[in-house]
Design a protein around this ligand. Structure first.
Ligand SMILES: [Zn+2]
Length: 220
């Protein structure tokens, strides 16, 4: 599912619908919460406003150009600015996934960053995953905060809202969304036993040193 080159827009629309269904089947998106997008030559494709697994078709995927204009009568997700900001800031981002998945929301509603309590946190590019302050959905401030947080990180939590992540294709972005939900669940469980130990700076240095030699370095 490489959406970067040589796949026509129709194929990208079909890939987006397929990715959306995958996220719903994984239990990461309920009702019309969450939205996804991918980069195309002249802008991005994004799931439509009010998208659900039942109503999203390739034709209802909306192309939003770099200037924010869009084609057709179907409106893009109200959160399209977040997606656009991430593509503009990160040239390696070709797919973006935004969810309101359960444990990510539990963390985000306490405005908690996901700390470095487990080495897998490092697969998002740093020793923690930040949580940006709450802003109203669809606003430029939320878009700017998310794009800033995803500069050098693959994912962030959105205060009192959810999670957003990026990847070089849908498979990688979906993997990040799933891993964020698992790790937030692990952290919530670990907190029930006390205050989890965090990896030290030395341990992170060693982790990132090893990660350069194995597949983790390709995640971001
Ligand atoms: Zn949202």
């Amino acid at each position: 599912m490489n959406i970067t080159t040589n796949t026509g827009e129709q194929q990208s629309r079909e890939d987006l619908v397929s990715a959306y269904h995958q996220l719903v089947e994984m239990g990461l998106m309920d009702q019309a919460s969450g939205n996804i997008s991918c980069r195309v030559n002249d802008g991005m494709l994004v799931s439509c406003s009010g998208a659900t697994a039942k109503n999203l078709t390739p034709q209802r995927v909306v192309k939003v150009r770099d200037d924010g204009s869009y084609e057709g009568e179907t409106k893009p997700s109200s959160e399209w600015r977040m997606h656009q900001g991430i593509y503009q800031r990160n040239q390696t981002a070709n797919a973006v996934v935004h969810t309101h998945s359960d444990y990510c929301v539990a963390m985000a509603c306490n405005n908690l960053a996901l700390p470095g309590f487990h080495y897998m946190v490092g697969t998002f590019g740093g020793p923690d995953v930040p949580c940006v302050p709450y802003s109203t959905f669809g606003t430029e401030s939320l878009a700017n905060d998310a794009a800033d947080a995803l500069d050098g990180r693959a994912a962030c939590l959105l205060g009192n809202h959810g999670m957003i992540c990026r990847g070089s294709n849908f498979d990688i972005a979906i993997g990040h969304a799933e891993r964020m939900e698992i790790l937030c669940k692990h952290y919530v469980l670990a907190r029930q036993l006390g205050e989890p130990d965090l990896l030290t700076d030395d341990q992170w240095d060693e982790f990132f040193g090893r990660a350069k030699k194995v597949a983790y370095s390709t995640f971001i």
